[in-house]
Design a protein around this ligand. Sequence first.
Ligand SMILES: *Cc1c(COP(=O)(O)O)cnc(C)c1O
Length: 384
Amino acid sequence: MSWQQRISRRLEERAAAQAWRCRSALQPLDGCRIRFEGRDYCNFASNDYLGLSRHPAVIEAWRQGASLYGVGSGGSGHVTGYTPAHQRLEEALAAWLGYPRALLFISGFAANQAVIGALLDKEDRIVADRLSHASLLEAASLSPAALRRFVHNDLPSLAGLLDKPLGGQQLVVTEGIFSMDGDAAPLADIAALTRDRGGWLMVDDAHGIGVLGDEGRGSCHRAGIRPDILVVTFGKAFGVSGAAVLCSESLADYLVQFARHLIYSTAMPAAQAQALHAALAQIRAAEGLRAALQRNIRRFRHGAGLLPWQLAESQTAIQPLIVGDNARALALARQLRARGFWVTAIRPPAVPAGTARLRITLTAAHSETDIDELLEALRDGESQ
Ligand SMILES: *Cc1c(COP(=O)(O)O)cnc(C)c1O
């Protein structure tokens, strides 16, 4: 089969499975409204949970950073791309989260790939929650270590895998809040079990950082644990993009030597680091926004409990409605769109087969009316 035949065949299969993905060029209007092809929508699909992507102080910090440092970093951090702005942000993140060191990465995807790629050898084992993010599972399957996946949030399943004989080291991998389900990992129990078996724990808290815990320190802080490796990302509640790995002094030194995504990739712009520093200050003081988000979550769950779909075990901003069938999920998303709500239908392989869903995300910027109207549109959609 030629390259072209292979590509055409795979595209046809995608379309036939109702799994076709496409992008829409959306114009953001404010905290939760977007414009597409001349029409305005209320956005229930964004991870900008606190609305910080448009915060004036964050925008101003980026502007000033650009004036001071230019818009590009000009190289990897190992060459000339590391500035006092990067250094200050790393120090602030480490102090905020209670770690000796923080290392910046351009994305959460890169951070996960870099850590797993640099750390694991052939005789090692990665024991990851089955529902871990694609960036973690992909990194794990690319690494020479064995990948074993435990049943989602299931401690006996985790223990069973950890107890299997092994020559090398083992790394337990989970998320703080699961990106497609919104539920929380039992972090304290996982940490205890991992420590007991002599392994290391890596937690990706992309969806917990900024929104959970005191000053938004995230899932681990809330659970009273400090994993060996904590990955936080800045594309969600921080409203920007990028990521940081929090770890010990020696692991940070090790990653600076061996993490290929740091060495062979242009560092994040210093202006972005300045903006992130400003976003961090906003996050620490955002108790009001976090409370507004919690009110919105409660209001949505109360209303959605009366709908016929299974409501997930989620107390977070991620509120999936599991519809099951791909075509049905797409049809519902289309009906919502016709009513002015932007919600995405998430289908396999992003989620397990037969669990296509509307992944509704709430933010502090939604009003009670936005939520009530979405619920009404869902009720009407269901009866069609
Ligand atoms: C979004 C996300 C990532 C990827 O982070 P980016 O900064 O967007 O690359 C990694 N892990 C989880 C759990 C995520 O939800």
